[in-house]
Design a protein around this ligand. Structure first.
Ligand SMILES: Nc1nc2c(ncn2[C@@H]2O[C@H](COP(=O)(O)OP(=O)(O)O)[C@@H](O)[C@H]2O)c(=O)[nH]1
Ligand SMILES: [Mg+2]
Length: 239
């Protein structure tokens, strides 16, 4: 049976150190498992030349770059990437560029969607998942972030940025491109029916730097406020 075609977006800002290795690893996993995946890298004019590396690789791998003029944010990058996904892709996804997200679970994510799930979330917080080499400060922040969103969903890794969702689940869904947590927007708003979490071990980046800063933490709180308001007052016009 032909595998479910999908498009996965990788937002990048200054990821020149690892992007080629990652794109080759994804290609390797797709080829080894007969997956029909395209990768869209959304680069925000990274000063380190990430975009040019992706352009070069696009003649060799099923990869495209979308170039934006400046640093416009992770979530809006993913949404802009989805807008140019090839029409045949039945699923859309997101993955970070820094190898924190384990590419080897991609086949399980695709298989989950093929077997009737509408959303497959790469998860650190189910049995078999975990975190390696993250500073304690980041682990604590992640746990608090998840706890704050807990009433919105049963998904354990609510702040995961690694997922695959059926395209039709996003139909007529108004996604707010605020900040870092596009996964939370999808988990809270999309019409995906059944969801499954696929365990993986998140490993901290070994090249480049994290772009999570205080501003993104404030953005996360704003995003949560909007999501709670929408749940509590679904008809309110002030959202
Ligand atoms: N296009 C784009 N990508 C971004 C932006 N901010 C972060 N990213 C990318 O989003 C992914 C996650 O960011 P990262 O810094 O690893 O966050 P962390 O894992 O929470 O520390 C990486 O691939 C980044 O390059 C942005 O403003 N624009
Ligand atoms: Mg990272």
């Amino acid at each position: 049976m032909a595998k479910l075609p999908f498009s996965i977006v990788i937002p990048t800002y200054n990821e020149a150190g690892g992007i080629e290795k990652l794109l080759r690893a994804i290609d390797g996993v797709c080829k080894a498992n007969g997956l029909d995946g395209e990768v869209i890298v959304v680069d925000d004019n990274s000063p380190d030349g990430t975009g040019a590396i992706v352009d070069r690789l696009s003649s060799e791998l099923p990869v495209r770059a979308l170039h934006r003029p400046g640093k416009l944010g992770l979530s809006s990058g993913v949404i802009d990437g989805w807008k140019i996904a090839r029409p045949e892709s039945l699923a859309l996804g997101a993955m970070d560029a820094d190898f924190s997200h384990d590419v080897s679970i991609l086949p399980r994510m695709v298989a989950a969607l093929e077997s009737g799930y509408g959303l497959a979330v790469g998860s650190r917080y189910v049995s078999g998942g975990g975190i390696q080499n993250w500073p304690t400060r980041r682990i604590v922040t992640s746990r608090i972030a998840c706890a704050l969103a807990r009433p919105l969903t049963n998904v354990k890794d609510i702040t995961s940025g690694y997922f695959l969702v059926r395209r039709e689940a996003l139909q007529d869904v108004q996604l707010d491109p605020i900040g870092f947590k596009i996964g939370l927007e999808v988990i809270a708003k999309a019409h995906y029916g059944r969801v499954t979490e696929i365990p993986y071990v998140f490993t901290d980046r070994t090249t480049g730097e994290s772009k999570l800063n205080q501003r993104e933490i404030v953005n996360y709180l704003k995003q949560l406020r909007k999501l709670y308001a929408a749940r509590l007052f679904p008809r309110s016009a002030v959202l």
